[in-house]
Design a protein around this ligand. Sequence first.
Ligand SMILES: [Zn+2]
Length: 458
Amino acid sequence: MSMPRRRASWPLLCAAITLPCSASAAPADGEIAGEGFEVTRYALALTPDMAGGTIAGREIVSLRATREGLKRLIFSGNGLSIDSARLDGAPVAPRRGEKTLAFDLVRPLARGRTVRLELTYHGRPARGLAASATGLYTSYFACDWMICAQDKFGEKAAFSLELSVPAGMQTLSLGRRTAVRPGPDGREIHRWQAPRPYSAYLYGFAVGRFARANARVGGAELALLSDVAGETELKRRFAETPAMVRFLSAKAGLPLPVRTYSQLLVEGGEAQEAATYSVLGKDSLPSGDAVPEEDWAIVHELAHQWWGNLVTCETLRDFWLNEGITTFMTAAWKEHRYGRAAYDAELKVARARLDRARALGFDKPLAWAGRYPSLGARRAVQYSKGALFMAHLREQLGEAAFWSGLRRYTRAHAGGTVTSRDLQAAMEAASGRDLAPLFGEWVYGSNPEQTAAPQSHP
Ligand SMILES: [Zn+2]
């Protein structure tokens, strides 16, 4: 996800943007969503009500106990009503905590045991589901419209979705649409299948009457969709995407990790990555008469295909690896496309944001494990300071070693999860230097206590 640019304000308000507000309290009972088990697969069938903004769903969660004697399964809380819940066929009762949804098990699970949790539910998601001109789309808060563990960044699970929509509507979700079949009441059922396991915050879908344009770059297809712009406008607005893909692929040392990458254009200021596509609002893009280098949202969300979606921070503590690197790569693209002054200008924005936080008395090491007082403060560190650290590393290591280190890091952890130590190791291997002092200063902080405590919740 990106920080709003033109609408930038300080401090940023939690309600206006998608990342969960860091000021949110941990569950009162100390229960943490996703602890003690590992989801291997989510299989969903959803029927969205476009006019009402509600959904009805069936979901099968395949999971494995990672703790001996697991007594309950805890997921992120949401506003959905659970109609039925069965574990391996036997009924289990849902129990709502302040910020959790738990299922108490009749018999504790042995470590390593795999089970199937089958759920049906309905309701109006409080977040993460927005109306578009002709339908709706999701944004970030997947566990508001399905049952999952939102903040368990390090858990990547297989994902499939069957969407029941009025005939004639188009759909977008993860990966490829693998089947269309007739549904009840004149509806159609569109089946989507993710090409690889992804973290839950990257799940999503969209439904609407979309205009469409396509392009190719390398072995990948680029799909442009919108219900607020036609094919010509889509092609004009996203004309640079193939060049961005080529640039980012070279810097990552890996081609675009998906066979089809889609960009969904909507109204407003949206800038949100999903596993294999991005949602971009018109207000986040250059307008017809604006300077073209204001294309930060397009390249930022695209860069997440490598840094964030493919190589994912293990916990929110290392979220700067998702967002700081992506913010830096936005500046690097601008340097490549528009010249050094555009790179400097992008970093100047980051520096101003960090300076603003410092003026308010807030500055932390990048991998700080504490609780951020606001979303603005979190972003000043994890987005802005993260980008500045990458730029500083580049200066310190030189062009060859820095980019070699980034390629090494990206290739070594493709499809997996990372901590700051992984980036340090890759940069050290590429440069032959001991980077402990530099990472100590910027990333871990001088006080080991600061980063020693495990982070349970953002
Ligand atoms: Zn982002």
